[in-house]
Design a protein around this ligand. Structure first.
Ligand SMILES: Nc1ncnc2c1ncn2[C@@H]1O[C@H](COP(=O)(O)OP(=O)(O)OP(=O)(O)O)[C@@H](O)[C@H]1O
Ligand SMILES: [Mg+2]
Length: 243
């Protein structure tokens, strides 16, 4: 079954007398368990699409169903509830709260979900352990490397057990080796059943995904699925990842 069903999505931004057609009619299904990379030049509409798929924004026209639930036309608080239940977000700049421990950063989505203190802490710690950072729970972002900060952000994305992980340039601020660690982690999460959709400018990063979508000027111009599983990208056990 398709987790994501998008039909004829358009997004138009009006600024003064200028109109920007960020999306010009995008239709797309993504099956549950998919691993999809979105590519395209700067300004082609990738983040606009991710924001709509993530229920952070609504399309100007078109329809969007997430897990068979119609999302278009919902009020902001209903969108927020879907977001919190179903989606984990990962961003290029990690978006962690500074001067706040890794543990507290990971607890945050559960605060919004109304989960009580002790359970929250236990689940946050388990998520940090899952990304190989159990030993760093008390560290603040400035005490962690970029790759470690991104793993904290991934732990935060996981903690409400979302069906969908949306990552907009998750390796954009990282070096090649650290980027590979992050892609291994996303691959492992995908193999555990989470649907992963990521935006990247880097062809090497896109090869980790099974399916590649390319955008140009607000239109999807390519949709290809790789037939072979790339054995060079076999995941390593999370416990074995260096912290
Ligand atoms: N909030 C906004 N208000 C006005 N225009 C916007 C807004 N957000 C995006 N746009 C415009 O919509 C178009 C698509 O932007 P979008 O951010 O989706 O591109 P992108 O593919 O993510 O680019 P990049 O690779 O640089 O991140 C661009 O022309 C952009 O300037
Ligand atoms: Mg973008």
């Amino acid at each position: 079954m398709a987790l994501i069903e998008a039909r004829d999505l358009t997004k138009t931004y009006t600024m003064g007398d200028q109109t920007v057609h960020a999306l010009r009619g995008v239709s797309l299904d993504i099956e549950a368990g998919g691993f999809v990379a979105i590519m395209g030049a700067s300004g082609s509409g990738k983040s606009t699409l991710m924001n709509i798929l993530g229920c952070l924004d609504v399309p100007t026209s078109g329809h969007y169903r997430l897990a068979a639930e119609a999302v278009d036309g919902l009020a902001p608080d209903a969108l927020a509830s879907i977001r919190n239940r179903r989606i984990g977000f990962v961003f290029q700049q990690f978006n962690l709260l500074p001067r706040t421990s890794a543990l507290e950063n990971v607890e945050l989505p559960m605060v919004y979900a109304g989960i009580k203190g002790p359970e929250r802490r236990a689940r946050a710690l388990a998520a940090l352990q899952r990304v190989g950072l159990g030993e760093r729970a008390g560290h603040t972002p400035s005490e962690l490397s970029g790759g470690q900060q991104q793993r904290v952000a991934i732990a935060r994305a996981l903690v409400n057990q979302p069906s969908l992980i949306l990552a907009d340039e998750p390796t954009g601020a990282l070096d090649t080796t650290t980027s590979e660690d992050i892609m291994k982690l996303l691959t492992e999460l995908n193999q555990q059943g989470m649907t992963v959709v990521l935006v990247t400018h880097e062809p090497d990063i896109a090869t980790w995904a099974r399916r590649k979508l390319v955008f140009r000027d607000g239109v999807m111009v390519e949709d290809s699925t790789s037939p072979l599983v790339d054995v060079t990208h076999a995941p390593i056990p999370l416990g074995a990842m260096p912290a």
